[in-house]
Design a protein around this ligand. Sequence first.
Ligand SMILES: *Cc1c(COP(=O)(O)O)cnc(C)c1O
Length: 406
Amino acid sequence: MMSYEQIAELEERRLVPTYKRLPFMAVDGDGCYLIDDKGKKYLDFLGGLGVNALGHAHPEMMGVLRDSSENLLHVSNLIYHRFQAPLADQLAKLSGLDRVFFANTGTEAVEAALKLARAFGRRHSEERTGILAMENSFHGRTMGSLAATWPEKYRKPFEPLPAGFRFIRQNDISHLKRNFSPDTAALLVEVIQGEGGVVELDEEFLKTGQELCREHGALFICDEIQCGLGRTGSYFAYQQMGLKPDVVLVAKPLAGGLPLAAILARDEVAQAFHPGMHGSTFGGGPLQCRMALKFLEILQRPEFLQHVRQVGSHFKNQLFNLQKELPVIRQVRGQGLMLAAELSIPGKEIVQQGVEAGFLFNCTQEQVLRFLPPLVIQQQHVDELIDVLRSILISVSSIEKKGVRA
Ligand SMILES: *Cc1c(COP(=O)(O)O)cnc(C)c1O
């Protein structure tokens, strides 16, 4: 078998250079730990970018994978199978919405929602096509999602993008009001902006957005791809603010590590699509749906979300305590187990040192350490991370002060 060094060398020559990887190769996973080819263990606060909500190799999820009572991996959406309808039913019940469309990845869910918004808008007027998105947003890498994604570095190289998108300043109600018009088809928000550095939108701002959508016949769309499905301690982050979106998007953790995404919509809105208007070859396949049914079953067990809230609030308190000790931490943000510490120095070096110490987390927006651990993480794991973070931050910020950084 090839070693990490051999694989890294081969990737360097053979992969399209889209990723900078961390300097190790995962070969196994066990709960909250990843294990590399040398047998080193890493406590995982990256969680596969918010996907591994149950950690690695969860016995019940692995059980679903192994159970071959039905030998179906794929049938296409031309044929019924046993698992899509019950999964849609579960998602509808958890969200309070009515109908579900299945895609594979987050960005596809966003595309489906944008198309639905325009199809729905056109039922009222040909001009109702405008999409309002947020500054600091991230919705994915395909052309439509990119058009709704804020950082120029993601968008600029690929212009021209689909037209009709405008960006609203976060939590700026008057900017929001000024940008609504009869041509607005949708307002697209992340209740907590993930890639943007775990930035929470205000309840008042979001409620105003929802009202303006109602007044203008536009769709209020919550992208819960990162903050949804238990991550913040409730099934959906919008539920904590009593919001009632017309469309909700989920993906990352939905099928326990397999690609599956969904858009959930009000009945009247969903009716804007009719057969043939949208589709997906792979979306909602039997294996993914079975995995997702198991994930949602586990998510709904008594005390599961309570655990997320408890460990999350302990984690956030520990980050606040660290902030009091270390001025290099500018701000602590987030809900549940979607947390971040914004630094006054670049975070990249901290991430590297974390890896060396056997701890995984990532850095967004250059200076924001973001934590998306498995939702089954324990308080003692959090305490271990905090101790390591303290010593890394002390050593790096003292080097930083002396100005001897390479
Ligand atoms: C990750 C993410 C996406 C894109 O998901 P992909 O599966 O990478 O296409 C969209 N929206 C949000 C909020 C995300 O965090």
